[in-house]
Design a protein around this ligand. Structure first.
Ligand code: 4NP
Length: 151
């Protein structure tokens, strides 16, 4: 059985598509399945934000085939690990959890890099391209640690 990992942000067009693309590029696809979703329904079926596509492309990563979708309760059944990009996403996911097993699957992605510090991957949506570069670097580091653990 493949390990299944879900990356979650608010819109599923800026941060979590980068997290999905980065982790997918670092694992064996026969062993690990990676997907992403947003807590909101703002960008269902949308392409990733062009600024995320561009920063990924700069590092040789193609995320342009992804489409936005909303997180659903069934994702707790599908996925082994659910990584929230920020504390607000984290709280919103936990509100949907049905039991302790669901809650155990959810964590903040930057707690991989900075254990117990509960840091946010800042929402880059209203900023410039530099915000996307920073987000990319943060997620590159965190996904390398995740890939090392789950292969
Ligand atoms: P994301 O960024 O959560 O990293 O995908 C956002 C994208 C869209 C919106 C907010 C954040 N929005 O309000 O439409």
């Amino acid at each position: 059985m493949r390990t299944k990992v879900l990356m979650v942000c608010l819109g599923n067009i800026c941060r979590s598509p980068l997290a999905e693309g980065l982790l997918a590029s670092k694992v064996n696809p026969e062993k690990v399945w990676v997907d992403s979703a947003g807590t909101s329904n703002y960008h269902v079926d949308d392409l990733p934000d062009v600024r995320s596509v561009e920063v990924a492309q700069k590092y040789g990563l193609d995320i342009s085939q992804q489409r936005g979708r909303q997180f659903t309760i069934e994702d707790f059944d599908q996925f082994d690990y659910i990584y929230a990009m920020d504390n607000s996403n984290y709280e919103n996911i936990l509100q949907l959890a049905r039991n302790e097993a669901d809650r155990q699957k959810v964590s903040l992605i930057l707690n991989k890099t900075y254990p117990d510090q509960n840091k946010d991957v800042p929402d880059p949506y209203y900023g410039g391209q530099n915000g996307f570069e920073k987000v990319y670097q943060m997620l590159d580091e965190a996904t390398s640690l995740i890939a090392k653990e789950i292969g």
